[in-house]
Design a protein. Structure first.
Length: 120
C-alpha cells in the first residue's frame, strides 16, 4: 500500500509515518512501477505502527523504540524481545529512584527556604 492508504488506515499523518521510517522504526520498498518514486508498505507495517503508537503514547522515546522494534520484529526470537524489555524495565527503575532522590532533595530545600523566610 502507498503512504496515503497507510496514513488513512493507521490514523497517522504522512509526516509521522515518514519520521518513523527515517528513524528505522518501519520499512518500505520501492514501488514496482518504474514511472514514479512511490514507496510501498506491507500489511505488517500497520501492526508495527500500532505498536509504535502505543509505545509513543506512554512516552517511550524513538531511540528506545528502535531497540524494541529490532527485538520484536527483526530478531524473530521472543526471548530476545523479553531480554530487551527486562533490561529497559530495570533501567527505568533506576531512573525512577534517581528522580525520587531529586524530589526528596528539592522538598528538603523547599522546607529550608520556607523556614528561613518564616524567621525573617
Amino acid at each position: 500500500m502507498k503512504i496515503g492508504e497507510l496514513s488513512e488506515r493507521s490514523g497517522l499523518s504522512r509526516d509521522t509515518i515518514r519520521l518513523y521510517e527515517k528513524n528505522g522504526l518501519i520499512a518500505s520498498s520501492a514501488s514496482k512501477s518504474a514511472t514514479n518514486n512511490y514507496r510501498e508498505y506491507g500489511e505488517d507495517v500497520l501492526l508495527q505502527l500500532q505498536f509504535v503508537g502505543s509505545a509513543r503514547d506512554v512516552g517511550i522515546s524513538i531511540a528506545d523504540l528502535r531497540e524494541l522494534m529490532k527485538a520484536f520484529f527483526d530478531s524473530g526470537d521472543p526471548s530476545e524481545a523479553e531480554k530487551v524489555m527486562v533490561a529497559k524495565v530495570a533501567e527505568l527503575k533506576v531512573r525512577i529512584a534517581q528522580i525520587e532522590n531529586v524530589i526528596s532533595f528539592l522538598d528538603a530545600a523547599i522546607g529550608k527556604v520556607r523556614s528561613g523566610l518564616d524567621g525573617l
